[in-house]
Write a protein of this length. Structure first.
Length: 137
């Protein structure tokens, strides 16, 4: 039996990720020097902040446009993680001045293709629930 997805759990997670992520970014940017640990912390906090922002957006997109098989909580979290990975990767590439429109589009296309193939595998492995015709009630 499928569970109904509730926004409450996603909202709490999104709020915590956003506050920790962008609060950490603020501290890293304003209070530290750009040494290696601070740079890694910058990417971690950026990942957390972007994931927190994307979580309610992805949730509402799945509510508005349902898919087959229906999205579970792990799908919504994974797709929000992709947004965080995309943003942190672009920030990392910007350190070497490598970000161009082509790089952004190819990276986005690669992440979208990865998610498409993961969803395709989930759809192929899905086993619909078996409804028994038990007349002895």
């Amino acid at each position: 039996m499928e569970e109904k997805l509730e926004f409450k759990s996603f909202g709490i997670s999104a709020l915590a990720l956003t506050i920790i992520g962008f609060g950490g970014l603020y501290v890293i940017i304003t209070q530290t020097l750009p040494f290696v640990p601070a740079r890694w912390a910058f990417f971690v906090f950026m990942f957390m902040g972007l994931t927190g922002i994307a979580l309610p957006i992805v949730y509402f997109l799945h509510k508005r446009f349902p898919s087959e098989p229906p999205a579970e909580s792990n799908v919504i979290m994974r797709q929000s993680f992709w947004v965080g990975v995309y943003g942190a990767t672009l920030a990392w590439l910007q350190l070497g001045r490598l970000v161009t429109l082509n790089v952004m589009l190819v990276l986005a296309g690669g992440l979208i293709a990865a998610e498409y193939f993961i969803r395709l595998r989930e759809k192929a492995n899905r086993r619909p629930p078996i409804i028994s015709d038990d007349d002895s009630s």
